[in-house]
Design a protein around this ligand. Structure first.
Ligand code: B12
Length: 353
């Protein structure tokens, strides 16, 4: 017998997506709508938290990447089925929903778009990271009331800043949303976004204000965030710093010959039971987050990431000293950029505390 309590419905849905059961999961959503649940509630109370649970299961190594991809595809399909039940939106200036440059988490953006549609807004969904020149053509063609820019990963906030500048170049305001901006939206102003919405209800309110009172005065399209110069310096060092840290980290952990390992990400050689390609990816990822933290001047961008990386590594049997060693090696590779190095060391201390 199916448990029909809200908790029961949620966990049954999670079971179905985790098993890749597209028909079962979609049917369940449609049954809820037929039973009178609004599309917005099914999305916010079942689909969105289920995706977070899928992510948590991956972090705990209970689902592998292939299973996570399959689960996400199931929810994408269920979301499309739900969206088809919505009435035609009223004819007001349309909105464009797009992910920031570099951002491939299109499902959160799509959820946000469907939630706004369920509130009567016509939303054209662009999706993941389009080339900015193409986005600009689209914005000029559609001339929307606003462009909604979604970002999930804080490391991609520099991409949001570039996306915002492109949209501003068309004279259109940007409303930012998604988990990358911090729980209070404290990282949004540095990206040049004109407003930030913690959720779709407040985005709805902001858009209504713009529709009624006219758009806000935009940041100029050449607006530069306060940390822009330090960010550029760090980006220029990215590749060299990662390779130097990889070699240093290997020496510290006793790997004799890194040369041949670094030739390919698929190389089986390891120095701490992680393939070298994974270590390189982790180092590069840490640096991406440090760069974003410098650009928006908010070190929680990096400390949040390190906490989640440490948790995921621990569930894969990688000892904590390995991450500390990687961070030490990266810091040493940034010796000639002392401000950035000290920020990294501070974040590393928070991680170990
Ligand atoms: C599915 C998934 C993917 C899929 C995305 C597929 C797709 N089509 O979206 C794929 C496989 C592509 C992917 C890739 C990666 N991912 Co991923 N992914 C996830 C996962 C499991 C779920 C994301 C999701 O759907 N969330 C659910 C929705 C509901 O999230 P939400 O933010 O709450 O969205 C709501 C609001 O924010 C709002 N909203 C969203 N946008 C907007 C915009 C506006 C304007 C408004 C108003 C509202 C709004 O509406 C939504 C509905 O309420 C998360 C785990 C998690 N906990 O989120 C990891 C996660 C986000 N990924 C992560 C990582 C590390 C990656 C990769 C780097 C992995 C890799 N090594 O390649 C890449 C990066 C790719 C890139 N450059 O973008 C990390 C990020 C860690 C961090 N510190 O930031 C996470 C948290 C997993 C983890 N625990 O480590 N991923």
């Amino acid at each position: 017998m199916i448990d029909t309590s809200p908790q029961g419905v949620f966990w049954t849905y999670v079971e179905r997506v985790a098993a890749g059961d597209l028909d079962g999961a979609t049917r369940m959503c449609m049954d809820l709508v037929d039973a009178g649940y609004p599309v917005g509630s099914v999305l916010s109370e079942v689909l969105a938290p289920a995706q977070a649970e899928v992510g948590a299961k991956w972090e705990r190594a209970e689902l592998n990447v292939a299973q996570e991809h399959a689960a996400t595809s199931v929810t994408d399909a269920a979301l499309a089925a739900l969206a088809r039940t919505l009435p035609e939106p009223s004819p007001v200036s349309p909105l464009l929903m797009v992910c920031g440059e570099g951002e491939w988490h299109s499902l959160p953006a799509r959820m946000g778009a469907v939630l706004l549609q369920s509130r009567g807004w016509p939303v054209r969904f662009v999706g993941a990271s389009p080339p900015l020149a193409d986005l600009s053509s689209d914005v000029s063609l559609v001339d929307p009331l606003a462009v909604l820019v979604s970002a999930t990963m804080a490391s991609l906030l520099p991409g949001v800043a570039r996306t915002t500048a492109a949209v501003h170049g068309c004279g259109v305001p940007v409303l930012a949303g998604g988990s990358a901006f911090g729980s209070q939206g404290q990282r949004a102003p540095a990206t040049g976004a004109d407003a930030w919405g913690p959720d779709v209800a407040s985005a709805d309110h902001q858009l209504e204000t713009w529709r009624r009172d006219g758009p806000p005065a935009l940041y100029p399209s050449d607006h530069t965030p306060p940390g822009a110069a330090a960010y550029e310096q760090l980006c220029q060092r990215h590749h060299v710093a990662v390779e130097a840290a990889l070699a240093d980290s290997a020496r510290r952990l006793g790997e004799p010959d890194l040369e041949q390992c670094s030739a390919s990400q698929a190389e089986p050689a390891t120095y701490d039971k992680r393939p070298v390609g994974h270590i390189r990816a982790d180092l590069s990822n840490i640096l991406d987050f440090l760069e974003a933290a410098v650009l928006v001047d908010d070190l929680t961008v990096l400390t949040d990431m390190l906490a989640s990386l440490a948790y995921a590594l621990a569930h894969r049997g990688v000892p904590t000293e390995v991450l500390s060693s990687d961070l030490g090696a990266l810091a040493a590779a940034l010796d000639d950029l002392p401000a950035a190095r000290d920020r990294l060391l501070w974040a590393a201390e928070q991680q170990q505390a």
